[in-house]
Design a protein around this ligand. Structure first.
Ligand code: HC1
Ligand code: SF4
Length: 558
């Protein structure tokens, strides 16, 4: 066993990559703007400086722990140093905190409060707002950027997209797209991971809350809403519950109080997707054409990525619409005879869903099936705005006639869930033991690349599950080099929708709780396999009769 001293207390070193991780393990919240455990170390913000035994200063994020080392994290000098950095940043930063979209979630605001900054000794050099509002998914304001580079690294290292990078040098340094074009014209796929990583309000999720309030207040509208699987386990912490706790009943109760007319669960749409996608998989296997493996299509940032970087693979992407879009077509059909104007809202963990909803493929006579997408962050804002005390709400049930969903639909929100749901559909043994063994094939867990094999009749089905677009790109290269898979699930966000760009931010270590929350929700469902959802039969015999292709499919390749 090896130890070092942190503020005079011995702490065991156990494989931590750097001092920062060890210090955090010792229960000290060392400040940092630019450290994320899953990204490369940039070491730019200098907030995590510690004093070594010789009185020198080391950046904790880029210093490995060594046995016998002794460091201090809180000295007069360090306090002065950190205050100075904060004051310099604030001198160059807009201070309209009360009207900032990131108010209350900003690290700069948080640390200014923590270090008791009441006065800034330097002249105000803040620039005017420099807003890029061109994307449907994110809004950028470079005047709020502190150049920590978190967005650049996540876009490059995790997503392999490289839509943004540092430009210019010295005091002119900024974050820019190629040729400084609006972000909408760049390679950006709208995943929102940069907004999640951004410590200030420089990149935030596009806010559509006021548009939705307007529709709710309009007496001539009938406003329906669907709630995505991953939302229920991610808003707890912001609203007085624990992260990972399944809050679906309280969300329904809150939406009803806010004035939504019909409240549904996207998990029902996911059941439809399972039926259609498993049928497509088995058909493609049977036909034996050159369109394998089948790639899933429910993640819109992945579809964008495929269109921009691997268009030749589009014929491999499932023609199934995402659960959100399948369900939206059904809901709009169901209420098509209403005397009021129909408005459909989807509450999603995802920023790219805003782009998906606006795609021409999902419009009927120019009107989108999903009129507005709200992210979990926006839902939290609306609940707070309503004055609803979320933690005290009595849980309520979702509405009929689409009130049933299965555990297979719920697990869509975590990486591996779509695959597991499809496997539940295709295996012939539907016993609890068989389903339990599917959970242990390798499809579960937070790894960015997972593989599993399952028998289908006398054929082995080989599946791969990837999350994070860099992992997707690497897998695609392996497939191009000859590796065989039957089904590939891709989710753009690491860990799947539970870590979507529109979710409240949590450290990577905490994501697992959200995944566990969804698997517990699955355990509580008495129906586990999508084909056993009684609603499915009703839909196929009713609304969907003769219209399956029109309402549930899309051809991204055409
Ligand atoms: Fe997802 Fe999906 S799982 S894409 O991650 O297939 O956003 O939660 O709603 O559509 O069901 C997101 C989540 C979501 C769709 C489903
Ligand atoms: Fe890159 Fe995603 Fe941000 Fe676009 S939304 S800039 S793809 S991280």
């Amino acid at each position: 066993r090896e130890y070092m001293l942190i503020d005079g207390i011995p702490v065991e070193i156990n494989g931590e990559k750097n001092l920062l991780e060890l210090i955090r393990k010792a229960g000290i919240k060392l400040p940092t703007f630019c450290y994320h455990s899953e990204l490369s170390v940039y070491g730019a913000c200098r907030m995590c400086m510690v004093e070594n035994e010789w009185g020198g200063l080391d950046a904790a994020c880029s210093t490995p722990p060594r046995a016998g080392m002794s460091i201090k994290t809180n000295t007069e000098r360090l306090q002065k140093y950190r205050k100075m950095i904060l004051e310099l940043l604030l001198a160059n930063h807009c201070r309209d905190c009360t009207t900032c979209n990131n108010n209350g979630k900003c690290k700069l605001q948080d640390l200014a409060m923590r270090y008791n900054i009441s006065h800034i000794r330097f002249p105000n050099t803040a620039s005017n707002p420099d807003v890029d509002d061109s994307s449907l998914c994110i809004t950028r304001d470079r005047s709020k950027c502190i150049l920590c580079g978190d967005c650049v690294r996540v876009c490059n290292e995790v997503q392999n997209v490289g839509a943004i990078d540092f430009a210019y040098r010295g005091s002119k340094m900024t974050i820019s797209t190629v040729f400084d074009k609006p972000i909408f014209e760049s390679n950006c796929v709208g995943c929102g991971q940069c907004a999640l990583a951004c410590p200030t309000g420089a990149i935030v999720v596009k806010d559509d809350t006021q548009k939705v309030w307007k529709e709710i207040y309009d007496k001539n509208t009938r406003v329906s809403v669907q709630i995505a699987p991953a939302v229920r386990v991610a808003l707890g912490k912001e609203l007085g519950l624990n992260d990972g706790e399944n809050a679906i009943g309280k969300i329904v109760a809150a939406l009803r109080r806010m004035g939504f007319d019909d409240i549904f669960d996207t998990s029902t749409g996911a059941d439809l997707t399972v039926l259609e996608e498993s049928a497509e998989l088995l058909r493609r296997i049977r036909e034996g054409k050159n369109d394998m493996p089948l790639f899933t299509s429910c993640c819109p940032a992945w579809v964008n990525y495929c269109e921009k970087f691997y268009p030749e693979l589009l014929p491999h992407v499932s023609t199934c619409r995402s659960p959100m879009q399948m369900f939206a077509s059904i809901i709009k059909e169901e209420y098509s005879t209403s005397s009021k104007r129909l408005v459909h809202v989807a509450v999603m963990p995802c920023t790219a869903k805003k782009f998906e909803a606006a795609r021409k493929e999902f419009k009927v006579n120019g009107v989108p099936n999903v009129d507005y997408v709200l992210t979990t962050q926006e839902l939290v804002r609306m609940i707070k705005e309503s004055g609803i005390v979320f933690s005290e709400l009595e849980p309520e049930a979702i509405d009929m006639p689409f009130g049933t969903y299965t555990g297979a639909g719920v697990i869509f929100g975590v990486s591996g869930g779509v695959t597991e749901a499809v496997l539940r559909r295709v295996v012939s043994d539907k016993s609890p033991t068989s389903f339990r063994s599917l959970a242990y094939t390798g499809v579960r867990g937070m790894n960015g690349v997972k593989e599993a094999s399952v028998m289908y009749g006398d054929r082995k089905l080989k599946v791969a599950v990837v999350s994070g677009l860099k992992n997707a790109g690497d897998l695609i290269e392996r497939i191009k080099a000859g590796e065989h898979y039957d089904l590939v699930e891709v989710m753009a966000c690491p860990g799947g929708c539970i870590n979507g760009g529109g979710q409240p931010f949590v450290q990577s270590e905490e994501r697992e709780k959200r995944g566990k929350g969804l698997y517990s929700a699955d355990k509580l469902c008495n129906i586990k396999s999508s084909e056993e959802n009684p609603l499915m039969m009703t839909l196929y015999k009713g609304i969907l009769k003769g219209r399956v292709h029109e309402l549930l499919h899309v051809d991204y390749a055409s």
